[in-house]
Design a protein around this ligand. Sequence first.
Ligand code: CA
Length: 231
Amino acid sequence: MGGMAANDSGTIVVVEDDPNIADLLDLYLRQAGYRVIQATTGEAGLAAVERERPRMVILDVGLPGSLDGLDVCRSIRAKSDLPVLMLTARDTEIDRILGLELGADDYVTKPFSPREIVARVKAILRRAETPAKATLPELLQAGDVSVDVARREARINGEVIALATREFDLLAFFGGNQGLVLSRQQLLDGVWGVGWYGDERTVDVHVRQLRKKLGDAFPLKTVFGVGYRLN
Ligand code: CA
């Protein structure tokens, strides 16, 4: 390429205390056209989010100081839908992040390839900034859950159930494909997007969250060895 990166794809705040990882992300994200602001503590990360109004945050779970990545994610979510990609040191942390229902958009386990991060960033931004799928009707019934796709609300007996972005998308996708066996890969393609480079276990953890929140009202069957089917 040569010359300077365009830096016209918007700002990303990278909150990571390991300078090697932060610099590597900085390099690849700049090459992809993003402006990168680095922060090494949770406090500095939150300040950068306030100041820079980024399009997205990449957030390490393990941070020095009084706020770790989970605290920072919670704090961001309390105020906005700003996309958050979390970096975790261990696979087991993913379950913990999901268990806390922080509403992060995606998770990457270290070590990762910087190219993979760039691909995920693009996929998250595309998804976050694309309106709900036009092919879905605005209102769906998924078991005893009524799904208002346009307003992004799920209700059981009239009561709104709080769902994370991805959980809602997954519910709407199941609702729009009732009676069909959906493989994990089909779910990844349909909900996470075809450009998403994740492992299929991600689907299972999100399904688990949905089942936990919706209970018997959501009659999703596990089709052993294949995937899932609603009704
Ligand atoms: Ca760290």
